[in-house]
Design a protein around this ligand. Structure first.
Ligand SMILES: Nc1ncnc2c1ncn2[C@@H]1O[C@H](COP(=O)(O)OP(=O)(O)OP(=O)(O)O)[C@@H](O)[C@H]1O
Ligand SMILES: [Mg+2]
Ligand SMILES: [Zn+2]
Length: 245
């Protein structure tokens, strides 16, 4: 589990004042000083903000992922509930090196980002760190980071990618496939692979198309790193619109 830094707790106390401890994070009385119960929540909230979940998906949870009349969706929810329960940020025992990530494959609007974000939130609430990245945005930021005026250097972005207990890479395959893009994707995924770090990847592409789009070396690594979670072919956005019209 990632250690909390002092900066996280002090930032927490600046932003919301707890009536129990007056925002100090500690209760001091005749028995001495002890941590206030608000500390855990505040730290989790800061970790959640740092995960950069897009506002539209902030409220998405495993419970709000509907499974009625769909054995496939029920199976997905059970599978990810188990994943969250048994989540460990790093497998150190070489015998246990296995698929500690998830590859969520499915059509447009089938609920992949919803589920990926819901898992990320649960994992953060359990005390781990995590980071959401849309793959196109990540590549844009990496590209921009080579500009000397960029606020973040490439190594800082890579450090964040390597350091997250759980990394979500959303919409793999949506990027334009250039040589530079392939090199960066390889670097990102291979770092997580070599380090045995859990990664959740979502994509619209079936494995064969994914290999065509991002290359077989990256796809092959993902197959070893991740459990395959297929999503039923329903565009939930369209379904909701038709139901409401
Ligand atoms: N089973 C479900 N229960 C409740 N809401 C759902 C379900 N599946 C999808 N949704 C909702 O439908 C919308 C589309 O889902 P989401 O964005 O996760 O799809 P996606 O598979 O990531 O699509 P894309 O490939 O286009 O990115 C979201 O608002 C999501 O919350
Ligand atoms: Mg999506
Ligand atoms: Zn408090």
């Amino acid at each position: 589990m990632a250690k909390e830094q002092n900066s996280e707790t002090s930032a927490a106390t600046e932003e919301s004042v707890c009536p129990e401890c007056g925002g100090t994070g500690f209760i001091v009385d005749e028995r001495g000083a002890r941590p206030c119960k608000c500390r855990g929540t505040q730290v989790a909230q800061i970790r959640l903000r740092r995960a950069r979940i897009p506002p539209r998906f902030m409220g998405k949870t495993l419970r709000s992922f509907q499974i009625t009349r769909s054995p496939e969706r029920r199976h997905i929810r059970e599978c990810v509930e188990n994943y969250v329960k048994s989540f460990t940020p790093r497998t150190l025992n070489p015998e246990e090196v296995s698929s500690n990530g998830l590859l969520l494959i499915g059509a447009v609007g089938s609920g992949k980002t919803h589920i990926a974000v819901a898992i990320l939130r649960e994992v953060i609430e359990r005390g781990f760190t995590g980071r959401y990245w849309n793959i196109v945005d990540l590549l844009d930021e990496l590209r921009a980071s080579f500009d000397p005026n960029s606020p973040a250097a490439a190594w800082e972005i890579m450090e964040e990618i390597e350091g997250a207990d759980l990394l979500v890479l959303d919409d793999l395959g949506a990027e334009a496939p250039t040589g530079w893009v392939h090199d960066r994707l390889y670097q990102i995924i291979n770092r997580r692979y070599e380090d045995n770090r859990p990664t959740i990847v979502t994509t619209n592409l079936e494995l064969r198309d994914l290999a065509d789009q991002i290359g077989s070396r990256i796809t092959s690594r993902l197959c070893e790193m991740c459990m395959h979670v297929p999503f039923p072919n329903v565009d939930w956005r369209r379904k909701r619109m038709m139901e409401n019209s």
